[in-house]
Design a protein around this ligand. Structure first.
Ligand code: 5GP
Ligand code: ZN
Length: 111
């Protein structure tokens, strides 16, 4: 989607600090980290939010969570633990309308 920030990052039009990439997913450091480690995992296909997903997206969502586990454990070495967040639509704090999973870690997280 041409006016989507994360699609532009996927296309290489906007730089990112990349952590992981495969044919279907990209992970990169959040530009305003809210924990010592704060990484975003996104699918390369434009899906607006979890609320916009359908059953047809089940495989994609499952694969995305599998990548989240791999990236947290293997790429980021967060064996001690981490938090996974998906903000959904404006009321849930979603600012970028391309579904993304936040991985937060690197310290003991509050509540
Ligand atoms: P949301 O609030 O939509 O769940 O999360 C969007 C996240 O994207 C925010 O944590 C914000 O800091 C991050 N972000 C916004 N613009 C950029 C950018 O250009 N590059 C990177 N790496 N992260 C961004
Ligand atoms: Zn997009």
């Amino acid at each position: 989607m041409s006016d989507c920030l994360f699609c532009k990052i996927i296309a290489g039009e906007i730089p990112c600090n990349k952590v992981y990439e495969d044919g279907n997913f990209l992970a990169f450091h959040d530009i305003h980290p809210k924990a010592p480690t704060h990484v975003l995992v996104i699918p390369k296909t434009h899906l607006v939010s979890l609320a916009d997903a359908t059953e047809a997206d089940s495989a994609l969502l499952g694969q995305m969570m599998d990548r989240v586990r791999y990236i947290a454990d293997v790429e980021l070495n967060l064996e001690v633990g981490y938090r996974v967040i998906i903000n959904v639509r404006a009321g849930g704090g979603q600012e970028v309308d391309h579904i993304h999973v936040h991985i937060l870690g690197g310290k003991t997280l509050p509540f």
